[in-house]
Write a protein that binds this ligand. Structure first.
Ligand SMILES: CC(C)(COP(=O)(O)OP(=O)(O)OC[C@H]1O[C@@H](n2cnc3c(N)ncnc32)[C@H](O)[C@@H]1OP(=O)(O)O)[C@@H](O)C(=O)NCCC(=O)NCCS
Length: 465
C-alpha cells in the first residue's frame, strides 16, 4: 500500500485560487502568494538602488574566447534563487544542499526534503513551515489533473516518439489555459504581471507529474490503468504512485530528494537560460518551460542521465562480475580513445565533485539494499577511478562526477529501468527553478533579453580598431 498523508487543513497558493477552490486554511499560515507580496517590494527596492548607484560598475571583461567559447564565464544574468560556486557547488538563497536536507520540511512520515519545500524556498528565500509545505502539496494535488484535450493529444503520440518530445509538446499545449496570457489580453498592469504568472507556474508544477506519468504509461505500459491523483498525497507521492512505485517508500523518498535537489542550478545552464530567454518575451510560462525542455533533451545537458546508465550497463556487461579498478580504468580509456565523453563527468562551471552527486551517494549509503546493488557499486567505484583517468586524459576542466553520474542508478535498482525516460524526471524537477525565475523576472520588471552578437569579420574589425 502506498503511504497516505493526512492534511489537517490546506489552502490554495494564491488568495484568489483559494476563494475559487473554496479551500480552507489556518489564518496564521501565510500562503505562497502572501509571502511573495511581502518579499517582492524590498527586492524591487534593491534592484532600483543597484540601477541608480551601480549601473556603470564593471563586473568582468568579455574576451574573444568567451564569444567563441559558448559565453562560458561571462557574468550576464540576474538569477535570484541560487548561485553556483565552482568549488562549493550550488547554494539556494545561500543554503547548501546538506543544510537544505536538514531544514526543509519532508512529507509527513518521510525524511527527505520535498520539492514543495524547495519550491517555497526558491520562490521566497524563506524556509516554509511543515504546514506551509503541506498546504502547497494540497494545492498542487488540487490542480494536478490535465485538461482532457491534453490527455488526448499525449495519447495520440506514437510510442516511439522520445518521452522528452512528448513532455515538451504536452507542456506547450497547457498554454491553452494560461492565466498570464488571458490577463495580458485584458490589459493587466505591468506591476501585476507576476500574479497571473505565479498562477500559471503553480498549475504547471502541479500538472507535470500527471503529464510525465501519462507519457511513461503510454510508452512502456499501455495496458496499465492510470492511477488518479490522490488529494492526500504530496507531489512526489502522487508522481511515484502514478508511475507504479507508490508501494515503494524508498523509491518515493529518493524521487523527493532527487526532484528537490535538481530543481535549480543557477541561471546560465541551457534549460534555465532558455526558459528565462523565452519568458523575457512575455511568452507565458508553459511556452517558456516547453522551450527549456527542448534544451534539456540535449545529450550534453539533461539527456546525460540516460547516457550514463546506457554507458554504465554496457560497462557492466563487458566487465562481468569481477569489478576491479583496473578493468574500470581500461573501459574508461576505451571510451575516451573512441572519441566519446565519459557521461556523468565534467561540468561547465563546477570544478569539484558535485554536492548533488554526494547527496545521492549519501542516500545510497544509508540503505543496505542499495549498497548491495551491483549497478550502484559500479557507479561508486567508477567515481573512485574516473577522476585520475580524466586528469591524465587532460582535456576536461573538471574530472569529477556530476549529479548525473549517480541519478539514474537508484531508479534502475528500484525497477524504473527505462532510461530513455530519466530526463523526463529531470524535467519535472527543473521546473522548480525555471518557474521561480519566471515569477521574479515579472516581479522585477526585467526586460527582454537581447545580447549582442558578432560575425568573425566584425570581430576582426573590432580587434584592428
Ligand atoms: C558537461 C560538459 C558538457 C561541460 O562542457 P565544457 O564546459 O565544454 O567542459 P570543458 O571546458 O571541461 O571541456 C573541455 C574539453 O574537455 C572535454 N570533456 C569535458 N568533459 C568530458 C568528459 N566527461 N569526458 C571526456 N571529455 C570531456 C570536452 O569535450 C572538451 O573537449 P574539446 O576541447 O575537444 O572540445 C562536459 O563536461 C561533458 O560533455 N560531460 C559529459 C556529459 C555530462 O555529464 N553532462 C551533464 C552535465 S551536468
Amino acid at each position: 500500500m502506498f503511504k497516505r498523508v493526512a492534511f489537517q487543513s490546506y489552502t490554495s497558493v494564491t488568495g484568489n485560487l483559494a476563494r475559487n477552490a473554496g479551500c480552507r486554511r489556518l489564518a496564521s499560515t501565510k500562503t505562497l502568494e502572501e509571502t511573495l507580496r511581502e518579499v517582492i517590494p524590498p527586492k524591487q527596492e534593491q534592484l532600483k538602488k543597484l540601477k541608480a548607484e551601480h549601473a556603470q560598475t564593471v563586473v568582468g571583461d568579455v574576451k574573444v574566447e568567451n564569444i567563441i567559447g559558448g559565453m562560458r564565464g561571462i557574468k550576464a544574468m540576474l538569477w535570484e534563487a541560487s548561485v553556483l560556486d565552482p568549488i562549493e557547488g550550488i547554494r539556494f538563497h545561500g543554503m547548501s544542499i546538506p543544510e537544505c536536507r536538514e531544514v526543509l520540511p519532508p512529507a509527513p512520515g518521510g525524511k527527505e526534503m520535498t520539492p514543495e519545500s524547495m519550491l517555497w524556498l526558491l520562490m521566497t528565500g524563506k524556509v516554509p513551515t511543515p504546514q506551509q509545505s503541506q498546504q502547497l502539496s494540497a494545492e498542487l494535488a488540487e490542480k494536478g489533473e490535465l485538461p482532457s484535450f491534453v490527455e488526448k493529444l499525449v495519447d495520440s503520440f506514437p510510442k516511439t516518439l522520445h518521452p522528452m518530445t512528448q513532455l515538451s509538446m504536452g507542456v506547450a499545449a497547457l498554454n491553452h489555459d494560461s492565466a498570464f496570457q488571458a490577463a495580458y489580453e485584458r490589459g493587466v498592469k505591468k506591476t501585476e504581471y507576476w500574479a497571473p504568472t505565479l498562477e500559471d507556474c503553480i498549475n504547471l508544477v502541479a500538472k507535470l507529474p500527471s503529464l510525465a506519468a501519462r507519457i511513461y504509461r503510454n510508452v512502456y505500459y499501455p495496458d496499465r490503468p492510470l492511477v488518479p491523483i490522490d488529494r492526500n498525497l504530496d507531489l512526489t507521492g502522487n508522481y511515484s504512485n502514478m508511475l507504479g512505485f507508490g508501494n515503494n517508500e524508498n523509491m518515493t523518498e529518493y524521487l523527493r530528494l532527487y526532484i528537490a535537489l535538481h530543481g535549480d542550478h543557477e541561471g546560465g545552464n541551457a534549460s534555465a537560460h532558455t526558459s528565462h530567454l523565452v519568458g523575457s518575451t512575455l511568452a507565458d510560462p508553459y511556452l517558456a518551460y516547453s522551450a527549456a525542455l527542448n534544451a534539456l533533451a540535449g545529450p550534453l545537458h539533461g539527456l546525460a542521465n540516460q547516457e550514463v546508465l546506457r554507458w554504465q550497463i554496457a560497462m557492466q556487461k563487458e566487465i562481468g562480475d569481477t569489478i576491479t579498478h583496473d578493468n574500470i580504468k581500461e573501459y574508461l580509456w576505451r571510451t575516451l580513445k573512441s572519441g566519446r565523453v565519459v557521461p556523468g563527468y565534467g561540468h561547465g562551471v563546477l570544478r569539484n565533485p558535485d554536492p548533488r552527486f554526494v547527496a545521492l551517494q549519501d542516500f545510497c549509503k544509508t540503505r543496505p539494499d542499495l549498497q548491495a546493488s551491483p549497478t550502484i557499486q559500479l557507479v561508486q567505484q567508477t567515481a573512485e577511478v574516473a577522476p585520475e583517468v580524466l586528469k591524465e586524459h587532460g582535456k576536461t576542466k573538471n574530472p569529477y562526477p556530476n549529479v548525473d553520474a549517480a541519478s539514474g542508478c537508484v531508479l534502475y535498482h528500484y525497477g524504473l529501468t527505462e532510461f530513455k525516460y530519466y530526463t523526463v524526471i529531470f524535467g519535472v524537477s527543473r521546473a522548480l527553478g525555471a518557474v521561480t525565475q519566471l515569477v521574479w523576472a515579472r516581479a522585477l520588471g526585467l526586460p527582454i533579453e537581447r545580447p549582442k552578437s558578432y560575425s568573425m569579420d566584425a570581430l576582426e574589425k573590432l580587434i584592428k580598431n
